[in-house]
Write a protein that binds this ligand. Structure first.
Ligand code: PLP
Length: 386
């Protein structure tokens, strides 16, 4: 890799995600919140857990919020509550983090991989009929679909919902990257039957460890998940009415999240500023991310598409030499991964859109504390590389 001395000399210190800047903004509040938990000692299911759930429901509009151990367990809690198991099939996009399909396979069910739409990076609703047909042809029972809010953008529910209804599929939105996003002013968490999110530190709303949540308006689903979250408890935790999990959110993480949620709406606005400035400076030289007029992205990532794999390598090398960190999300779609390639695709074979994009996408630094001068520096380096 070329590391040119004249470029290295002026390398700025740019973070891909700057959690320290956010912490500096609310440090006294975090310290007080953490000290409060240490003082009362209710480390498991302390009062902050219920308080956070109430505040998350108020934020997103979902009637019921169930906090939990991480975004992967959030998906699993729903699949267990819906009794998903061997013989069942669940439609998922192939271009996502492994957890989306992992939970399906872990239940002994079969993920059916669908391609994505090039402009949104999200699941292609036009493949739902084929995905359902593929499941049935294999003697499987298609039960649900997990659209993902990739890079923070909501899925195209207006097209997904009628097709899901036609085939009798439940819809679970995987908003691990998309909490804070909106369609027509309605926030993720209240856009479909059930929604999950992750509070992994790098997510738009992150804690200082692992955490997650499930949002729904279905009381029966919520009650079942409450039981599964604590070892399948019945009237109390020593009354076990089903096989469950230990999937609780720590009180300390809840206390931290309460402080972060207080500035979250402002941070989402700042993320729009960053994304808009990137797009204004780059859309004449590269394919920039598109957000439909009625949607708001949570901008977990700002992802560009190079003309070719070679051009992507050239840009990423120049950025590395000039102190700009970049990442590739994702270098390989799930239907091509060793752990998942035995599972069917909606087409019965290749998924050309995500296979092509995996070779050309790359993401720039994205967080609410990127100042305009740093954004302009990054834009200038990308332009200079092309
Ligand atoms: C799309 C998607 N789903 C699920 C997860 C899992 O979340 P967690 O890491 O909190 O288990 C992630 C996290 O990276 C994700 O990006």
């Amino acid at each position: 890799m070329s590391s040119k001395p004249e470029l290295a000399a002026s390398r700025p210190n740019i973070q891909f995600i700057d959690l320290a800047a956010q912490q500096a903004r609310i440090k006294p509040k975090l310290d007080t919140a953490i000290a409060r938990v240490l003082a009362h000692g209710g480390y498991i299911m302390g009062k902050e857990v219920g308080e956070l759930e109430k505040q998350l429901s108020a934020f997103c509009g979902a009637e019921y919020t169930l906090s939990c151990s991480n975004g992967t367990d959030a998906l699993t809690l729903v699949l267990m509550a819906k009794n998903v198991g061997p013989g069942d099939a669940v439609l998922c996009p192939s271009f996502t983090f492994a957890a989306t399909a992992e939970v399906v396979a872990l239940r002994g069910a079969t993920p059916i991989f669908l391609d994505i739409e090039a402009d949104s990076f999200n699941i292609d609703p036009a493949q739902i009929d084929a995905g359902v047909a593929e499941a049935k042809a294999r003697g499987l029972n298609p039960v649900g679909i997990i659209p993902v809010y990739l890079f923070g953008l909501p899925p195209d529910y207006a097209r997904i919902h009628p097709l899901a209804e036609k085939h009798g599929l439940w819809v679970m939105g995987d908003a691990a990257q998309g909490f804070g996003s909106e369609i027509d002013g309605v926030r993720a968490g209240n856009l479909t039957y059930v929604t999950t999110t992750s509070f992994f530190p790098a997510k738009p709303l992150g804690c200082y460890g692992d955490g997650g949540a499930v949002f729904t308006n279905d009381k029966a689903l919520y009650d079942t998940m409450c039981s599964i979250r604590v070892h399948g408890k019945g009237s109390d935790k020593y009354d076990n009415v089903r096989v469950g999990l230990n999937a609780r959110l720590d009180t300390l993480q809840a206390a931290i999240l309460i402080e972060k949620l207080a500035i979250f709406a402002d941070e989402i606005t700042e993320r729009q500023r960053v994304a808009n400035r990137y797009s204004a400076g780059l859309r004449d030289v590269l394919k920039t991310p598109e957000v439909p007029a009625n949607m708001l992205s949570a901008w977990a990532q700002y992802t560009l598409v190079a003309e070719s794999e070679a051009q992507r390598t050239q840009i990423m090398e120049r950025l590395k030499d000039t102190g700009v960190p970049t990442m590739i999300y994702y270098p390989k779609p799930l239907h091509q991964q060793t752990a998942y390639r035995m599972h069917p695709t909606a087409t019965g074979g290749a998924l050309p859109v995500c296979e092509d994009l995996a070779n050309r996408v790359f993401s720039l630094p994205m967080h609410p504390y990127l100042d305009d001068a740093t954004i302009d520096y990054i834009i200038a380096q990308v332009r200079a590389a092309i």
